[in-house]
Design a protein around this ligand. Structure first.
Ligand code: HEC
Ligand code: HEC
Length: 286
């Protein structure tokens, strides 16, 4: 009887032990699979001089593509060749006065002057950064800053079809009036502009020039607004133009296509009738 019990105990013990061993084996196998791969290849280039110097800037500025606006300074991602003060950072009065009056672009030259002595370019600015006197260090830093930008995405260059007159006629009744359904379409399309443009008679400058009384107005004339270099180049090239209905019809189809490099990062209104109705609505804003 006792002997039987002993044998039973031994069998139970063996079964338990092998179960344990099996369990351990499975867990170990799982761990092995989850263990991170060892990183191979050369170590990252931490000896890069410009990158090391940029650590000074990172104390106040976000340098990543997240473009975080910190209380201590504006984001610097994409700053080279950008418009000064283009982020949502609440700049000092002195900064806005100088950069706004000149529509300053952070070209390499301007950045070089600024980094040599911030106070010389922006007297009374709130940077609190003493500057980098060594020209080689500035050059290395600028090389690095130039890498902080998005890969340029391919621009869709498609242009508005040349069918203004046909579309205009198709939308009007015999007395030349736009049907009620199209008036509603125009109003709805205009909501797409409101994220950036003020459409009210208050004519506030938001991210973009106000659109009150825009139809018929000369292009690029919103006072105090800093137009992009692309916009300014177009003004120079064409010697200016008026935003009449045809111009708007052409431009609003695909702003990036008709003016590559414009700050108006808006896909456009591709539907011809909807665009025409939008322009009719814009005409009422006066
Ligand atoms: C002590 C904090 C501090 C440090 C360090 C600093 N900055 Fe700034 N920087 C600022 C502030 C604050 C402003 C905004 C100034 C204003 O509004 O008057 C600014 C503005 C700028 C601007 C203008 C940005 C814009 O939106 O137009 C650039 C460019 C700039 N800094 C580059 C640098 C670089 C490059 C470095 C490193 C070499 C650096 N800064 C170091 C605080 C700092
Ligand atoms: C994402 C923001 C944004 C949206 C949305 C947007 N715009 Fe713009 N718009 C801009 C900016 C920024 C400029 C200045 C362009 C430049 O400097 O290159 C501009 C310029 C313009 C201009 C030229 C102004 C001038 O003073 O000559 C017109 C006209 C215009 N937008 C119409 C519209 C209409 C109509 C809509 C809606 C269908 C619209 N925009 C939607 C940002 C926007």
């Amino acid at each position: 009887m006792n002997q039987d019990r002993d044998i039973l105990t031994v069998i139970v013990a063996i079964v338990l032990l092998s179960a344990l061993a099996l369990g351990f084996g499975a867990i170990k196998e799982q761990w092995r699979q989850q263990a991170p791969e060892m990183v191979s290849g050369p170590p990252p280039a931490y000896d890069d001089r410009g990158r090391a110097l940029a650590q000074k800037c990172a104390a106040c500025h976000d340098l990543t593509s997240a473009r975080a606006v910190r209380p201590s300074g504006p984001p610097l991602w994409g700053v080279v060749d950008a418009l000064a003060g283009g982020s949502r950072y609440a700049h000092s009065r002195a900064f806005r006065d100088v950069t706004g009056a000149e529509c300053l672009i952070w070209s390499r030259d301007n950045l070089d002057r600024y980094l040599r002595n911030p106070n010389e370019v922006l007297p009374g600015g709130a940077s609190g950064f003493a500057g980098l006197s060594n020209p080689e260090e500035r050059a290395a830093l600028l090389d690095y800053l130039m890498t902080l930008r998005d890969e340029p995405s391919p621009v869709d260059r498609s242009l508005a079809p040349d069918n203004y007159d046909t579309v205009y006629k198709s939308l009007r009744d015999k007395r030349g009036r736009l049907g009620k359904e199209w008036r509603l379409v125009g109003k709805r399309e205009a909501q797409k502009c409101q994220g950036c443009h003020d459409l009210s008679r208050k004519s506030r400058e938001l991210l973009a020039p106000p659109l009150w009384r825009m139809v018929g107005r000369a292009a690029g004339k919103a006072r105090g607004f800093c137009y992009s270099p692309a916009f300014q180049a177009e003004l120079k090239h064409r010697g200016g133009w008026r935003w009449d209905e045809r111009e708007l019809y052409r431009f609003l189809y695909n702003p990036q296509g008709s003016m590559p490099g414009t700050r108006m990062l808006f896909r456009g209104v591709r539907d011809d009738a909807a665009r025409m109705a939008l322009i009719a609505y814009l005409k009422t804003l006066r």
